[in-house]
Design a protein around this ligand. Structure first.
Ligand SMILES: NC(=O)c1ccc[n+]([C@@H]2O[C@H](COP(=O)([O-])OP(=O)(O)OC[C@H]3O[C@@H](n4cnc5c(N)ncnc54)[C@H](O)[C@@H]3O)[C@@H](O)[C@H]2O)c1
Length: 253
């Protein structure tokens, strides 16, 4: 089974400085064809064009809100008609919020869970059956150090709870899909330099956080992309149900 005839879907890979786009590039460099699904259609198409241009693989950019089960189905139909079979899924689309628990509303809570948890459900539920039938699949969730240490970086209680839900999701799914050749793992990044905080994490707070990182720097998107690509290799088939920290030692447990 070769990667050269397989597509890796990366959700939320539109963001130009994001973990998803870097992951899509790294997977393409490893030989995967790429499908970028992002709520921002223009950015999804831009990412797909950039990847095809630089890496010489087939690449598809589709506007898709992962919280909408029907839209996810439609995006997968487009791929089903034109892309090589889906061999990997990276559940990267995510939103965060620093709102304190004593200020959070039910609406905001639901929005954070809708993208991070229900969004991952919507696509994984539709992709997993075919992976299991074919006997090969790699699924990776983007959790967060916030799930492990109880926030304290940027995201508040809603974000930490949603990212922790992803860990349970991935572990239970790993157990169920293991017999079918499908691995399911999570990565838990610490502070990675992207636009997810919308510039809201600057100045003194950023300095404070840096002081608590043994390797002395923020993470880069490449740090995370490389690990995800490793987990998606065929040779990584004995790694499943695991959570990998990429946090510069900011949380050691
Ligand atoms: N940056 C960090 O420090 C950090 C740390 C730990 C975990 N993470 C997680 O890594 C993932 C990527 O984060 P990032 O920092 O690259 O963020 P980012 O904001 O740069 O990218 C997120 C992408 O998700 C897309 N998206 C948002 N809602 C969507 C939806 N409903 N449907 C489809 N796409 C949607 C956005 O358009 C964007 O392209 C997220 O799940 C995040 O929670 C990030």
């Amino acid at each position: 089974m070769s990667l050269s005839d397989k597509t890796a879907i990366v959700t939320g890979a539109g963001s130009a400085r994001g973990i998803g786009r870097a992951t899509a590039h790294a997977l393409a460099a490893a030989g995967w064809h790429i499908a970028v699904l992002d709520v921002n259609e223009a950015s999804a198409k831009d990412a797909a064009d950039e990847i095809a241009g630089r890496r010489g693989v087939r690449s598809f950019g589709i506007g898709c809100d992962v919280t909408d089960e029907t839209a996810v189905g439609a995006a997968l139909d487009v791929l089903g008609g034109s892309a090589p079979p889906v061999g990997a899924l990276v559940n990267n689309a995510g939103v965060t919020s620093p709102t304190r628990f004593l200020d959070v509303t039910g609406e905001e809570w639901d929005r954070i869970f809708a993208v991070n948890v229900r969004g991952a459900y919507n696509i994984t539920r539709q992709v997993a059956p075919t992976m299991a039938e074919r006997g090969f699949g790699r699924i990776v969730f983007l959790s967060s150090v916030s799930a492990e240490r109880g926030g304290g970086v940027f995201g508040g209680v809603a974000y930490s709870a949603a990212k922790a839900a992803q860990l349970g999701f991935a572990r239970a799914l790993a157990r169920e899909l293991g017999p079918h050749g499908v691995t399911v793992n999570s990565v838990a990044p610490g502070l990675i330099d992207t636009d997810i905080t919308g510039g809201a994490l600057d100045g003194e707070r950023k300095e404070e956080l840096l002081a608590g990182i043994p390797v002395g720097r923020n993470g880069t998107v490449a740090d995370v992309a490389d690990l995800i690509t490793y987990l998606c290799r065929e040779e990584s088939g004995y790694i499943t149900g695991a959570t990998y920290d990429v946090n510069g030692g900011s949380h050691i447990h």
